[in-house]
Design a protein around this ligand. Structure first.
Ligand code: 2AM
Ligand code: CA
Ligand code: CA
Ligand code: CA
Length: 255
């Protein structure tokens, strides 16, 4: 929570916005400073734990420490950097903990609304200490969030096809800009589905545990078991899961 409040307090100390891979992929001094603050604290409290965090891992794609027999913290110090830069208050700090390839704990904190989403494996998901559950909405009643990353930036990306398949089948589809909050919102039933390609472990580790502990379902786009390293995620309230994956894969037209 302290890490999230620090983001809000330092909003006007943002110095420069740099591009990483291309103009879709941005980073600020705030991302880097908050990451340093968080990882220092983890190291001080748990010196023998591993840490995978976004800004220090840039360019790496091997996350083998996730599968090892020790605790691995998966940290996104600022999820929703574009929103942060534009002072659009939909961003969060997302921190998950994994061991032997399984998520054991996760928190997503929204400092603007002072909302702390938390989950421990087998113990349920909570918002500010109150138990949360996914929605029971049908596809026609549903709101879905999606998004795209720098890795999807090509004219033949499947994204456009996927969007045209889902468009108007749900009540609404939004690109809100923070995968961590999108998953937290799926977990507490504010929205009913979230899907996005090419995400990294820190974008979704905490959120995955939130959704599964809140009774939701998570797969890849073809409905197969989800793999944190692969990063193409579909998370739903269960009820609409098969319909969503069918639409994304270009299945039947009847809702
Ligand atoms: P970020 O703000 O931490 O980069 C935006 O649709 C969502 O996708 C955000 O959660 C954003 O996280 C994430 N994302 C992951 N990789 C990205 C990338 N390379 N470029 C832009 N957004 C990315
Ligand atoms: Ca980023
Ligand atoms: Ca992120
Ligand atoms: Ca980030």
């Amino acid at each position: 929570m302290d890490a999230g409040q620090w983001l809000v307090n330092n909003r006007y100390r943002m110095e420069a916005v740099h591009y990483k891979r291309n103009h879709l992929d941005v980073v600020t001094n705030i991302d880097q400073q908050n990451e340093a603050r968080i990882t220092e604290r983890i190291k001080a409290a748990f010196p023998d734990h591993q840490i995978i965090s976004e800004e220090s891992q840039f360019g790496h794609t091997n996350y083998s420490s996730l599968d090892e027999d020790y605790y691995c913290w998966i940290v996104d110090p600022l999820d929703g950097t574009v929103n942060y830069v534009h002072d659009f208050t939909y961003y969060c700090v997302s921190i998950g903990v994994a061991k032997k390839g399984k998520l054991v704990a996760g928190v997503v904190y929204d400092p603007n609304r002072k909302e702390l989403f938390s989950a421990v494996q087998g113990k349920g998901a909570y918002l500010n200490g109150k138990r949360i559950r996914v929605s029971e909405r049908s596809i026609k009643q549903s709101v879905g969030h999606t998004g795209y990353t720098a890795a999807d930036w090509s004219t033949d990306s499947p994204l456009r096809f996927e969007f045209s398949k889902c468009y108007a089948r749900l009540r609404n589809i939004k690109i809100a800009g923070s995968a961590g909050l999108d998953l937290a919102y799926t977990a507490c039933g504010r929205i009913d589905a979230f899907w996005q390609r090419s995400l990294s472990p820190w974008d979704i580790a905490a959120g995955i545990l939130l959704v599964s502990e809140a009774g939701g379902r998570i797969t890849d786009f073809s409905g197969q078991a989800f793999d944190l390293q692969q990063g193409n995620i579909v998370a739903t309230n269960q009820v609409i899961h098969e319909k969503i994956t069918e639409l994304l894969m270009g299945g039947t037209r009847d809702a």
